[in-house]
Design a binder for this molecule. Structure first.
Ligand SMILES: Nc1ncnc2c1ncn2[C@@H]1O[C@H](COP(=O)(O)OP(=O)(O)OP(=O)(O)O)[C@@H](O)[C@H]1O
Ligand SMILES: [Mg+2]
Length: 370
């Protein structure tokens, strides 16, 4: 099915189910992308888009204002009506499979319901920092065409304590009625302060409110939680989630793919060998750290007017020079396999030619090709 056909099916389903806020979101996205391809339809499309913005939402709930703290008036939850990710994420195979199954159940919800079953409702994302847990929340909401409500529990737990947990209750009640995706980010924050005696009572009440909300979450709702400290969550918490998805640290090929997507396909094609080297050197790092360094090189390329290949080669050299000896030697062997001269290997790695000779043997030519 083409994208436009998929959108048509999606739009038909939302219209027939009377889910107007979701329908408006999908119609907007779909028509905007169509307008880019069919300038001849621009006027009609604009007319429909105006209609979509002007009509009042029919759902009682979506008219509710975002709840705010009584004293500070700060909003208690972040609402994103057009969630999305700027660059398509690289999902490790197991994550891709699990997220794909989750979305498929939603796509074929009617069949499941006809068989007396409900789709999976809640997911717990676990994994180290910077591997895409929060990003997955945005990505899932985008795929489902729903708004994303993000509740950062690290912020909430500190500011809500002493406010009798009322704020949390208000926020969860609001979220429950929004037909949106609720992301409970930094979920371990609910467990972290357990040892602080003075706050134990209050904290327990907050945790109870939260766990009850998860238990009673509507079956057509989507509840996601993310944590990089799963060991802090006790069994009572784990049990409440329909499914746990583990986000691993990316492998070298996954790092390469994420770098390619950052650079764009055509730039990446010209940089084949540099990207192989770079990805190998970035091995063991998170997607977030990879993106930070590659984006710094992209900025350097623009601001200093140097080719991207040069900026990335500089990054490669920096990474090698900062690496421990064993890693440098590993990389030197890789360069040797590429038939680089000992002089070049020494220049790139910062290792003396003596060290190279000692560890790599006589493999590397002493002069010749750079
Ligand atoms: N799967 C991925 N593919 C491509 N880029 C990614 C991926 N995951 C993360 N990134 C990059 O890393 C950044 C941070 O990711 P994200 O905030 O989702 O990490 P996280 O797992 O939630 O980390 P934390 O535990 O620290 O909250 C993203 O904005 C993106 O640039
Ligand atoms: Mg996160």
């Amino acid at each position: 099915m083409s994208d436009i056909e998929k959108d048509l099916v999606h739009i038909a389903r939302l219209a027939l189910e009377g889910r107007r806020p979701d329908l408006v979101a999908v119609v907007r996205r779909s028509l905007r992308s169509l307008a880019g391809r069919r300038p001849d339809l621009k006027e009609q499309i604009n007319a429909v888009l105006t209609l979509a913005s002007a009509s009042p939402p029919t759902r009682e709930a979506s008219r509710l204002p975002i709840p705010a703290d009584n004293d500070s008036r700060a909003e208690l939850i972040r609402r994103d009506d057009q969630p999305g990710v700027a660059i398509e994420p690289t999902w490790p195979a197991a994550v891709e499979k699990a997220l794909g199954e989750f979305l498929l159940e939603r796509d074929r919800e009617a069949e499941l319901r006809a068989a007396g079953l409900s789709p999976v409702r809640s997911l717990l994302f676990i994994g180290p920092p910077g591997v895409g847990k929060t990003m997955a929340g945005h990505w899932v909401a985008q795929r489902l065409g729903r708004s994303l409500l993000t509740l950062d529990l690290a912020a909430v737990m500190s500011s809500y304590l002493g406010r009798t947990g009322l704020n949390l209750k208000v926020v969860l009640d609001y979220a429950r009625h929004q037909h949106a995706v609720l992301l409970l980010d930094e979920f371990d924050a609910i467990a972290k302060r357990r040892n602080d005696d003075a706050e134990v009572g209050e904290l327990k009440r907050l945790v109870t409110v939260l766990l009850q909300a998860i238990d009673q979450w509507p079956s057509d709702g989507v509840l996601l939680a993310a944590t990089n400290h799963p060991e802090l969550l006790d069994a009572a918490v784990w049990r409440r989630f329909d499914r746990v998805i583990e986000f691993p640290c990316p492998t070298v090929p996954e790092i390469r793919s994420s770098v390619e997507r950052l650079l764009g396909a055509s730039a990446a094609e010209d940089l084949g060998e540099i990207l192989d080297t770079l990805a190998a050197l970035l091995g063991g790092q998170s997607f977030a750290d990879v993106a930070r360094q590659v984006n710094a090189a992209r900025r350097a390329s623009v601001l200093r007017g140097i080719p991207l290949s040069e900026a990335l080669t500089e990054l490669t050299s920096e990474l090698v020079r900062a690496a421990p000896l064993e890693r440098k030697l590993q990389f030197a062997r890789e360069l040797e396999r590429q038939k680089r001269s000992q002089r070049t290997i020494s220049q790139i790695t910062g290792l003396s030619r003596d060290t190279i000779r000692k560890h790599l043997g006589k493999g590397a030519p002493t002069g010749g090709r750079k």
